[in-house]
Design a protein around this ligand. Structure first.
Ligand code: CO8
Length: 258
């Protein structure tokens, strides 16, 4: 079992749970935390016993951003040579479905990490923001791109240019989060959603994730064609046979590739 210093890693049923655990810094994402999160989730990605991943923080903070104290004295060449934050790209390449369970602050890099997940379930105390402008920088982990795709230009400009925070209700209204639940239930709700996803065929869930993500990278005609080709290919799987047989026989499917 790998030892981690900045995160807790557990298995709950078929769901992998990663808890950011730097309470003294409101889970600020330093380089070591990035490396640990990425190592933990990459191991889950290829673990046949895991069908979904939940990433969460504490009740006060999902993550209050990249670690400002670690970055404050870096120069341009330090940032460039280390390709600061490049490790998060590996997180976005995961094939397994990922869920962010957000309580409290999800700011800067914290909001960006939540947006790298496939869906965000928010506690009613959640606060999202991209306040980097107050630090003399701009989002550096994809926020200007993913927030704009999630909520549109008007709201993204508002958050990124003013640095203001939005609550869970405004985040849901804006399309940033998929569900809002009482703060104390957020991890359980995310685990439940993860367990439902993990009960499906894992390769089919991965293909569905790939198809939705293609909507952000391609034009409509290309995206629809991509979807149709994947749809056709699933007819070569045992799980398609099982899913459709189960429907006809009026029983629950038992997917082989979970
Ligand atoms: N980094 C480092 N330490 C932090 C961070 C952070 N992002 N956020 C909080 N902490 C620390 C505080 O310094 C404090 O430590 P200490 O007790 O040693 O002083 C401890 O966590 C508790 O924080 P507060 O006392 O401030 O708690 P409050 O409840 O009063 O306030 C807030 C909570 C509002 C969340 C406040 O902590 C805050 O504003 N934090 C910073 C939020 C922020 O600006 N985030 C964006 C960071 S920049 C970023 O994420 C992207 C940068 C992109 C760079 C691109 C490079 C390629």
């Amino acid at each position: 079992m790998t030892e981690y210093s900045n995160i807790l890693v557990e298995r709950r049923g078929r769901v992998g749970l990663v808890t950011l655990n730097r309470p003294e810094a409101l889970n600020a994402l330093n380089q070591a935390t990035m490396e640990e999160v990425v190592a933990a989730v990459r191991a889950m990605d290829t673990d046949p016993g895991v069908g979904a991943v939940v990433i969460t923080g504490s009740s006060k903070a999902f993550a209050a951003g990249a670690d400002i104290k670690e970055m404050a004295f870096q120069g341009y060449m330090d940032m460039y040579a280390a390709d600061w934050f490049r490790g998060w790209e590996d997180f976005t390449r995961l094939r397994i479905p990922t869920i962010a369970a957000v309580s409290g602050f999800a700011l800067g890099g914290g909001c960006e990490l939540a947006m790298m997940c496939d869906l965000i379930i928010a506690g009613d105390n959640a606060k999202f923001g991209q306040p980097e402008i107050n630090l003399g920088v701009l989002p550096g982990m994809g926020g200007s791109q993913r927030l704009t795709r999630a909520v549109g230009k008007a709201k993204a400009m508002d958050l990124i240019l003013t640095g203001r925070f939005i609550g869970a209700e405004e985040a849901e209204r804006s399309g940033l989060v998929s569900r809002v639940v009482p703060a104390e239930d957020v991890v359980d709700e995310a685990l439940k959603a993860g367990e439902i996803i993990a009960s499906k065929s894992k390769p089919v869930a991965m293909a569905a994730k790939e198809a939705v993500n293609a909507a952000f990278e391609t034009g409509l005609a290309q995206g629809v064609l991509f979807e149709r080709r994947i749809f056709h290919s699933l007819f070569a799987t045992e799980d398609q046979k099982e899913g459709m047989a189960a429907f006809t026989e009026k029983r629950q499917p038992e997917f082989k590739h979970r």
